[in-house]
Design a protein around this ligand. Structure first.
Ligand SMILES: Nc1nc2c(ncn2[C@@H]2O[C@H](COP(=O)(O)OP(=O)(O)OP(=O)(O)O)[C@@H](O)[C@H]2O)c(=O)[nH]1
Length: 423
């Protein structure tokens, strides 16, 4: 019965196209019929016999599909109880090493969350869950205060990000902080090359025992890198890093992704006008809690002051992002170190104001939801694109949409129905 329904739906997608071209009115009864079929397919309550499209081509193999409530605890304990002895030992070692602050364990744990391997992905989630619980306990002991201050730093290539992070990072480790630097570089995902430069960056900071620097993964999508960066933040915090700096270059949506994972978002601008600044999107200026004009030294002091004044007036015209904080524009020089201690003072002032008002906690809660939804979006789209029925119908539909004889709305509707009916 279900097989017949499936085949019918398959045939009917092309039928519907025919109808849509010949007689748009003929489409409504067809869509109604598909709707009836799809609702019939979800009527089976506890267990339904589900046949995938691949099986239609590979003989009658039936898969028992359990529909049941999803319990987080159940899922987690199921995951843990299904670990082999070896896997448990590896995770135990990683966890112990991580929470005792070993950099090698932190590096290995981040590699684990970056993996594409399905089994290792599961192990990474088990590890993360434990680290999350550990972090939560530490926050509880600290009276609800976050264990780390997360700062995002963005700016166009050559803005002076790495030079600035090196100076700021050294200053902070000198004050007894543990600093981690994570990079999000979408260009390295798509081209394998890096906009942030393949040169060795932050050489001094990378030798500092209280600093941990992790370059951007060189494969995956921006969505994937966003997920692993969010997870890497959790791991860094578990490893005792109380300041987490997330650096990104202003390309694509990476800045927005980073703005959605940090407490304080800083935009770095070089003291150059014209074309170099055109790459800075207006939307990202609105997201900035602080604007830092870099390289404010020597001959560049005058243009740096001018840029500072321009951004100060521009920010006044923008919608306020926070109820309690007014974005500021400051000038620094990584070369002379001027302005860096003052800037850190402003960053701390920001953190205290936001913590005291409760806005920082609210922002973090919202960010968790944004993160959840970006994961859902990425996975749902992948499932959709990889679905056999969708893959079968897509080329023809795309072609006809491009030709203009099927509307994109109708094509999307048909593809979604083919996807849903065969879930
Ligand atoms: N005068 C001056 N030059 C600086 C300063 N900071 C960085 N620079 C120079 O600006 C150039 C770019 O600096 P980086 O720190 O590599 O800039 P970045 O934004 O990290 O650049 P990417 O690695 O390409 O993303 C280098 O030639 C630095 O020497 C500064 O404070 N003053």
């Amino acid at each position: 019965m279900r097989e017949r329904e499936r085949v019918f739906v398959k045939v009917s997608v092309s039928e519907a196209l025919h109808h849509s071209v010949m007689a748009p009115a003929g489409l409504l009864p067809f869509l109604h019929h598909i709707r009836t079929l799809s609702s019939a397919s979800v009527k089976h309550s506890s267990q339904i016999l589900h046949r995938t499209s691949a099986e239609l081509h590979h003989g009658p193999v039936y898969v028992l599909f359990h529909r049941r409530n999803v319990s987080t605890e159940e899922t987690l304990s199921h995951r843990v109880s299904h670990l082999t002895v070896r896997e448990r030992t590896v995770l135990e070692l990683l966890y112990d090493g991580l929470v005792s602050g070993q950099r090698s364990s932190l590096a290995e744990s981040i590699t684990l969350v970056e993996t594409q391997h399905p089994r290792k992905k599961e192990l990474a989630q088990v590890l993360l869950q434990r680290v999350l619980a550990y972090r939560q306990e530490r926050e509880r002991i600290a009276g609800g205060k976050p264990v780390a201050f997360r700062v995002g730093l963005s700016g166009p290539p050559g803005a002076g990000k790495s030079s600035f992070i090196e100076v700021l990072g050294k200053m902070l480790t000198g004050k007894g902080h543990k600093v981690s630097v994570l990079a999000v570089d979408p260009s390295s995902c798509t081209t394998g090359g890096s906009l942030m430069g393949d040169k060795t960056r932050m050489t001094e900071l990378s030798r500092d025992m209280n600093a941990f620097i992790r370059p951007s993964p060189s494969s995956g999508t921006l969505g994937g890198v966003t997920r692993t960066t969010n997870e890497a933040i959790v791991l860094c915090e578990g490893a005792g890093y109380d300041i987490v700096l997330v650096e990104t270059v202003g390309v694509g949506q990476s800045e927005f992704a980073v703005a959605d994972m940090v407490d304080l978002f800083v935009l770095l601008i070089p003291p150059a006008g014209g074309d170099e600044l055109q790459g800075i999107k207006r939307g990202i200026i609105e997201r900035a809690d602080l604007v830092v004009v870099t390289k404010s030294d020597g001959d560049l002091v005058v243009p740096a002051r001018r840029i500072q004044a321009e951004y100060t007036s521009a920010l006044k015209l923008l919608r306020k992002k926070s109820k309690t904080w007014t974005p500021k524009v400051v000038r620094v020089s990584a070369q002379t170190g001027q302005g860096v201690p003052e800037l850190w003072g402003i960053m701390l002032q920001y953190r205290d104001v936001m913590l005291y008002s409760g806005e920082l906690q609210t922002r973090r809660r919202e960010q968790q939801k944004v993160w959840l939804w970006s994961l859902i979006q990425e996975n749902a789209l992948r499932h959709f694109q990889e679905h056999p029925e969708v893959q079968a119908a897509l080329p023809e539909l795309e072609r006809r949409v491009a030709q203009g004889d099927v509307s994109p709305g109708l094509a999307a509707d048909l593809l979604l129905r083919a996807f849903r009916t065969t879930q």
